[in-house]
Design a protein around this ligand. Structure first.
Ligand code: ADE
Length: 329
């Protein structure tokens, strides 16, 4: 039943995609390396934010060989603003493997690259290699649960697996287009927030949720777990023309540069010039930050000191601290 509904849904989806797809830089000239870079960037960052950074990244590192040869700090710097920096470290490691062994030619070879999970392996296999392996993310689960008016909990791994098998069995020869058409429908028509644009949907006559007027009752989610809240005192310490920075260790945002900050402590570093609050939401943690701009009389040796210009050019500071980088002038 579902299989047949899906089979009927594929031709109108592909026709719709060819006309309505967005022009995106990674859709212009496709190399497997370019697909890898774009898919890793798109894992946790919105398309709009990825666009310019993808173009810049490929100018800076046009091939896996160029990326493999670059120092890690430069790669992290080029990743700045995209967030979730472990992706940049994984991409760097993947580039070294590809530079040595060539781009993998099978799904399992792609899946074995650092930073590539089932979803990304499906996307790369379909788009770069033309292989029939689906990429099932939240967008794809949304359009399919609506197409079938399927009440399964989409946070359940079994649901994802079931839809992946359904798609795999119907994969058309245009593997890359099919994969991106599914994502595209979820991104621009069957949108995640607010009412879907059913008037523009190639599935409006096939979609059981739409036919029942119940689009927004799908997908069904498990209850969300609460995030851990961390209160931080963040210091932008200025001494002369330089600012204090510190390199983060293991864990969240590992290896990036940050302004000194303290969880249960608010030490004094000098004269207070300004104070403001900011919040940053990660997947499992929220930082509730109180930022202080202070003028210090000495360059405390536990920090690295850099000018505003050096910070802009050489130090990757996560966007979590964005509210306070404005003080670096
Ligand atoms: N999200 C993940 N992969 C994508 C792609 N290739 N195009 C648009 N959005 C995406």
């Amino acid at each position: 039943m579902e299989q047949e509904r899906l089979r009927n849904a594929i031709p109108p989806l592909l026709s719709w995609y060819r006309i309505h797809k967005r022009e995106l830089p990674w859709r212009e000239s496709r190399t497997p390396y370019g697909v890898l870079v774009s898919e890793l960037m798109l894992q946790q960052t919105r398309v709009e934010a990825v666009k310019v950074r993808y173009v810049r990244f490929l100018e800076r590192f046009p091939s896996a060989e160029a990326l493999a040869a670059a120092p890690q700090d430069e790669v992290l710097k080029a990743w700045e603003g995209l967030g979730y920096y472990s992706r940049a470290r994984n991409l760097h490691r993947a580039a070294k493997i590809i530079a040595a062994e060539g781009f993998p030619q099978t799904w399992s070879g792609v899946r074995a690259l650092p930073g590539v999970g089932d979803y990304t392996a499906g996307a790369i296999s379909s788009i770069a290699l033309g292989l029939p392996f689906p990429a099932v993310d939240g967008n794809v689960l949304r359009i399919l649960t609506r197409l079938f008016a399927d009440p399964a909990n989409i946070d359940d791994m079994g649901t994802k697996k079931r839809f992946a098998e359904l798609l795999k069995a119907e994969y058309p020869p245009e593997a890359g287009e099919f994969c991106e058409a599914l994502m595209e429908l979820g991104a621009i028509v069957c949108v995640p927030n607010g009412a879907p644009l059913c008037g523009a949907c190639p599935w409006s006559k096939l979609c059981l949720a739409h036919l029942a007027g119940k689009e927004e009752e799908f997908p069904v989610h498990a209850e969300k777990r609460a995030r851990r809240i961390v209160s931080l005192n963040v210091y932008v310490i200025k001494c002369g023309e330089e600012y204090a920075l510190r390199k983060r260790g293991e864990g969240l945002l590992a290896g990036l540069w940050e302004f000194p900050n303290f969880e249960n402590d608010a030490p004094e570093f000098g004269k207070l010039l300004a104070k403001k609050s900011a919040k940053h939401v990660f997947t499992h943690i929220e930082w509730h930050m109180t930022g202080r701009l202070v003028e210090a009389e000495e360059k405390f040796p536990q920090f690295v000191w850099a000018t505003a210009e050096q910070i802009r050019r050489q130090y990757a500071i996560p966007s979590a601290f964005k509210a306070f980088t404005e003080w670096v002038t």
